[in-house]
Write a protein that binds this ligand. Structure first.
Ligand code: ARG
Ligand code: ZN
Length: 887
């Protein structure tokens, strides 16, 4: 059953207020739902009220206090003969549900003896019958009743208005949320939890209570989350003038959660992975993720909650914008320009490896999709990351100040409403009437409607006589499922021109009166356009798409000399890094094309890397990124026919060469960076640890070939002595990825040390799943680990670390000629689907790129997909993915 964006109809009824009373019991929770309902006469006066419900036991329905007749249709509760006018009526519904049986983690469920909810996108209907759609916004009052000893903490959205004792050891709490909200933002929590608390005075003088709730024992791991929340609040005030609008803001962590976190009004619920962090248990990456996700959910309070989505096709309205905001927040927190660039590179890497792959596969969809079967399948990299790039392009086209004006206008127009992506783009454009965005708005909005990644071909021609440089840009976009014909997009191309010795050249366009600049943004809006720069005494080296100014694939012929100039001198750090990646990519692709699995790294490339590694002016984090070869997945992206084993072989060969050719440099790097002093997760020390970790991994890898035992010994020593998880884990990973004989013992020791910490144990599973098998093959290892007493399919974090760690992060282990990896995948999709459809559907997507696979992989993959398709009881989540894959 497919839902289409074009079929949108406003709701036939509004629900103005909701009073919910919960009697919480894991086996059978009773939910009394009293609503004030009013007909939306604009839509019609004779339409029945159709309420969504799922997995509920219905006990009673009263209209204005009287028993009412209703029927059930397709799971919906249908009430006819309701008042024809807007006078409104009381509707009371009494249902029960079974939270402890709810393994889907959608709706109301229990986790480690506590109650949690997850209502986005359509989980509220698993709690009570409702108009479970984002354009129905209501005022909620919630009473929670539960056993006081088992559930001392009772939380819901908004403000606590009353609490007290009841008979039989029970107690209650009553919450009121002063803001209208859609049902997907409802939340409740009940359990034995403790909170870190902080009172803050905001810029506008208002006092707020901030709380981070966790299980007893985890409290000392919440400081970073609290600091991140305080920083988020200050940042949104300073950058956008947006203030916290509630007296109390709560974050609650649970270890059973399908996604990262959820922005429920005033009561964010988080995966523990994005709350808990201490130096001995969390890596630098974990610390950065906590900061970014805490920011993301907090920023949703305005972009998502105050202004929400009219329908789920508009999901990127809140997600793309909020990801853009959290990216900017992380960059501002990072401090230096160089640290900002590192964050930008990381974001672009994610986009290009995973979102571009999505855009090129069977699930390709526009940032604003036209149809879906299961909305939970559309919480994708396209909605989030590409959506953020679309917002970023607007930001580029109107400038920082113009963007802020646009956001202000957006809130002036739409605060308290449920709106569309069109509304957002219009507000940003209207606030900047002289901008290219305003001029090109209808065409710009193709970014919302067209799926697929545009390709831009750049060719430059230098005319020595005329002293001009003509840049020709050509764009194209391949068909995607359901969209055979594509139109030219609006593509901002930020660029600079360099001399061969690396100086920036002034950019003066032919026939232009304005003063020359050293950097500018061209706007490509036709299929092909030429731009002629004048007064150039020598052929320039072009630095195009600086900062990755548009989410496109840029094709550009650059020779070694030009790459070297860019890598050494570009003033844009993103493009410096990009030059290193293009260079490595060319080497890898040439080898694959020539059937050469043992290519040699050219001396010139090695020399350029050596220079970077030893440059005292560059940050360690940046060096680490330059010295990282493109991933196997990214290389696969560049190819029409993919043989994962060959890609792996080529990359491994080059990695070994990088290790041995730069051995002396790696040793020096290790000596200079391995002592990072007292632990702080700031950008500089994070970069130093990352680079030291890379050096150790390289030296350990090299030792496997040279037979030297010094560096593996040092790795083991570092693993044992490390005072923080980053250093410890990097050392362990160095031994494991090199398949060093010491790795087995180190893994066993790691387990002993951390067996009681679920998040660290996830790392232990993930590392083994994503590494080549230590003895024997990776699949056998994974199958053994499935039998480990600490493994369970029921916990999404655990399932993801082991199973996704294998299917998504271990291409050489997964893509086997005998198809055993794919058969394992099929088994796990089917098993997981019976427990948690959302997570199973994510796993199902591991086969997205199967049509690009070379023989014999492709046929094996198809067999596995068909086996899943033939399974009798698939959720609609998994069915949609498999159907689209096989279509
Ligand atoms: N809105 C949440 C966030 O962006 C994600 C919730 C996703 N939930 C889901 N069932 N797909 O942080
Ligand atoms: Zn979000």
């Amino acid at each position: 059953h497919t839902i289409h964006r074009e079929d949108y109809l406003a709701p036939a009824f509004w629900i103005d207020t909701v009073e919910l009373t919960f009697d919480l019991d894991p086996a059978k929770t009773r939910v009394l739902n009293k609503m004030r309902v009013r007909r939306n006469t604009a839509v019609g006066t004779d339409l029945p009220l159709r309420l969504d419900g799922e997995d509920l036991n219905l006990a009673r329905v009263l209209v204005n206090g009287q028993g009412a007749t209703f029927k059930m249709d397709n799971g919906q509760l249908v009430l006819s003969n309701l008042p024809v006018d807007e006078s409104g009526f009381d509707l009371e519904i009494f249902t029960t549900c079974q939270p402890e049986k709810n393994t889907s983690l959608s709706g109301l469920y229990t986790s480690q003896g506590a109650f949690f909810t997850q209502c986005e996108a359509e989980g509220f209907r698993r709690i009570t019958y409702f108009l479970d759609r984002p354009d129905v916004m209501s005022i909620y009052s919630v009473t929670l009743r539960a056993d006081q000893a088992l559930y001392p903490v009772l939380l819901s959205n908004g403000n606590l208005v009353e609490e007290g004792a009841l008979e039989d050891g029970r107690h209650y709490a009553k919450w009121h949320d002063p803001f209208k909200k859609p049902s997907y933002l409802f939340a409740l929590v009940a359990g034995k939890l403790v909170a870190r608390e902080q009172r803050i005075i905001a810029r506008n003088g208002k006092e707020h209570l901030l709380q981070v709730y966790v299980r007893p024992g985890d409290l000392e791991k919440t400081e970073h989350a609290m600091q991140s929340l305080i920083a988020s609040i200050a940042w949104d005030e300073a950058r956008f003038g947006l203030h916290l609008d509630l007296d109390r803001f709560m974050i609650v962590a649970t270890s059973d959660f399908n996604m990262g976190a959820m922005e429920n009004k005033g009561l964010n619920i988080f995966n523990t992975k994005y709350v808990l962090a201490s130096q001995t248990t969390a890596t630098d990456v974990d610390f950065a993720n906590v900061e970014s996700v805490v920011g993301h959910e907090y920023f949703h309070n305005w972009t998502g909650n105050r202004i929400t989505c009219r329908d789920w096709f508009q999901l990127s309205l809140k997600e793309g914008l909020t990801v853009f905001r959290d990216q900017e927040f992380s960059m501002d927190m990072a401090g230096s320009d160089s640290a900002r660039a590192v964050k930008r590179i990381e974001d672009v890497r994610l986009l290009r490896t995973n979102q571009f792959a999505e855009d090129a596969g069977p699930m390709a969809h526009p940032v604003r999709p036209d149809s879906y079967q299961e909305i939970n399948n559309f919480y994708t990299l396209t909605i989030y990351e590409k959506g953020a790039e679309v917002v970023r392009m607007m930001h580029t086209l109107v400038g920082e100040a113009g963007f802020r004006k646009g956001i202000t206008l957006y809130f002036e127009r739409f605060d308290g409403q449920a709106v569309t992506c069109d509304d957002f783009a219009q507000a940003i454009a209207d606030a900047n009437p002289d901008s290219a965005l305003h001029k090109l708005l209808p065409q710009f909005k193709l970014w919302y409607s067209q799926a697929g990644t545009p390709h831009v071909q750049a060719t430059g021609l230098y005319d020595e006589m005329a002293q001009t440089y003509t840049l020709r840009l050509t764009q194209s976009l391949r068909p995607t499922p359901g969209q055979p014909d594509k139109q030219a997009a609006v593509i901002p191309v930020k660029l600079g021109l360099l001399t061969r010795s690396g100086q920036a050249l002034p950019l003066q366009l032919q026939g232009e009166a304005t003063e020359a600049q050293f950097e500018r943004t061209l706007v490509l809006s036709e299929a092909q356009q030429t731009f002629t720069f004048v007064n150039l005494a020598q052929a320039p080296v072009p630095s195009l798409l600086r900062g990755f100014s548009a989410p496109v694939v840029l094709h550009q012929q650059l020779d070694e000399e030009e790459l070297e100039v860019l890598l050494e001198h570009d003033s844009d750090p993103f493009n410096r890094w990009e030059a290193s990646q293009r260079w490595a990519q060319q080497i890898m692709l040439n080898a694959l094309r020539d059937g050469n699995d043992a290519p040699m790294l050219p001396e010139r490339y090695l020399a350029a890397l050596r220079k970077v590694l030893n440059d005292p002016l560059l940050d360690a984090a940046f060096k680490d990124l330059v010295l990282t070869l493109p991933t196997e997945g990214y290389i696969a992206e560049q190819l029409d026919v993919v043989n994962p084993q060959r890609i792996h072989a080529v990359r491994q060969t080059l990695l070994s060469q990088l290790a041995s050719a730069l051995k002396a440099d790696w040793q020096r790097v290790w000596e200079l960076h391995n002592d990072t002093g007292a632990y702080t997760p700031d950008a500089i020390s994070t970069g130093r640890r990352a680079l030291a970790g890379k050096a150790l991994a390289m030296l350990t890898l090299d030792a496997m070939h040279s037979g030297d035992s010094v560096w593996p010994g040092k790795a083991l020593q570092r693993f044992k002595d490390a005072s923080n998880m980053t250093d410890r884990f990097n050392a362990l990973a160095a031994l494991v990825s090199a398949r060093h004989p010491l790795a087995g013992n180190a893994l066993a020791l790691f387990y002993q040390l951390f067996k009681d910490n679920a998040l660290v144990l996830d790392k232990w599973f993930q590392l083994q799943a994503s590494a080549p098998g230590l003895q024997g093959d990776a699949l056998t290892k994974v199958q053994q680990l499935m039998q480990h007493p600490d493994f369970t399919l029921k916990n999404p974090n655990r399932a993801r670390s082991l199973i996704f760690g294998f299917t998504n992060a271990n291409p050489a282990g997964f893509h086997r000629a005998d198809g055993a990896g794919y058969q394992f995948w099929a088994d796990q999709v089917i098993a997981l689907d019976a427990i948690n459809a959302q997570t199973a559907a994510r796993l199902a997507r591991a086969m997205d790129a199967w049509r690009k696979l070379d023989a014999p992989f492709q046929a094996q993959a198809q067999t596995a997909l068909q086996r899943v398709a033939a399974h009798g009881k698939l959720s609609k989540d998994v069915r949609e993915i498999i159907e689209k894959s096989l279509a």
